[in-house]
Structures are given as C-alpha cells and as structure tokens.
Design a protein. Structure first.
Length: 171
C-alpha cells in the first residue's frame, strides 16, 4: 500500500482507499486476493465496479462523505461475479483520505439472524440482501459442511424466510 499515516488502519487486513469520485486509489494485498484482481486491475476500478448492488452506491457513498464515517454490512462482487458479504467501517480522515476496513463474513448464519432481528423497515431490505448474498456465497464455496443434507435444508429454509420478509416489505 501507499504510505498512509493512519494508525487505526495498520492492523487491518482488508483496507481500501477511494477518492471522492469513488475511484480506488490504493488497497491492501489481501483485498486483491479476496476479490480476485491484481493490484493494477483493482486500481482501475471504482466502488461501483466492486459492488454487488451498484444502484445503492451513489447514495451510500454520498452519505458516507457527508457524515464522515459509516459502518455496516455490504456485499461486494468478486471478479468471477460471486458475492462477498462483509462488515465494513469507513472513515473520512481529517487529511481528506477516504478509507474503509472490510471484514468478510465467514458464516451465512450471522447476516441471516441479523436480518431476522432487524426492526427498522428502512434497514431490513439491505440486511435481507446481505443475508441472501451470504447464503449464495456459501453455496458457491467448496465447503464440505455444505454437503450435509441438514446444512442444505437450513439454507433452503433461511432463503424461504428471507423471501417472506421481502414480500412483507412490498405489501
């Protein structure tokens, strides 16, 4: 990574930097490995390019710049198109540097349960989207635990519950 004098970021594995136009200007090597891009490819991308739900990006990024910080769950897209659900914490530093730390979600159950517990209708849609992406990502992985019928059934049940939640939002 380029030289960034932000001690809050030194211990983080997945770190990205973007300019106010949403263009990536730097990242850790782990980010490239996570998404499947070379460093050069990644630096030709924008936040929109790496996002699974591109239509959300302008509003969310604008709110982040306005507020100076943002934290939550989001879904990125690997080079092969598969989703990468994650937690993120983004900060606009006093020197104007826009940085985010990503923490990929390892288990689909976490975002699923978070969606089921969400009481704010405004936040529910995004949480359901993240949970569905986490399940899709888990199904696409080569994890041996997914070969168990009980795990497959649990995922099918979760998808049904999440789709029911989505239907209630539309009603």
């Amino acid at each position: 990574m380029l030289s960034h004098a932000h001690p809050e970021l030194t211990s983080a594995e997945y770190v990205v930097f973007a300019d106010s136009s949403r263009r990536y200007v730097d990242c850790s090597d782990a980010v490239c490995g996570l998404l499947g891009y070379t460093h050069e490819e990644f630096l030709r991308m924008t936040v929109d390019d790496a996002s699974y739900k591109v239509e959300e990006v302008p509003e969310l990024f604008g709110q982040y710049l306005k507020d100076g910080a943002m934290e939550g769950e989001y879904v990125l897209r690997r080079k092969d198109g598969t989703p990468v659900p994650m937690h993120f914490k983004a900060v606009v530093f006093s020197d104007g540097c826009n940085a985010a730390v990503w923490l990929p979600m390892k288990d689909w159950r976490e975002p699923y349960l978070s969606a089921l517990l969400e009481m704010d209708a405004g936040k529910l849609k995004r949480k359901v989207d993240v949970a569905l992406a986490a399940i899709e990502s888990a199904r696409a992985s080569q994890d041996q635990t997914l070969s168990r019928p009980s795990e497959k059934q649990a995922m099918n049940d979760a998808v049904s519950a999440l789709n029911s939640l989505l239907r209630t939002l539309k009603a």
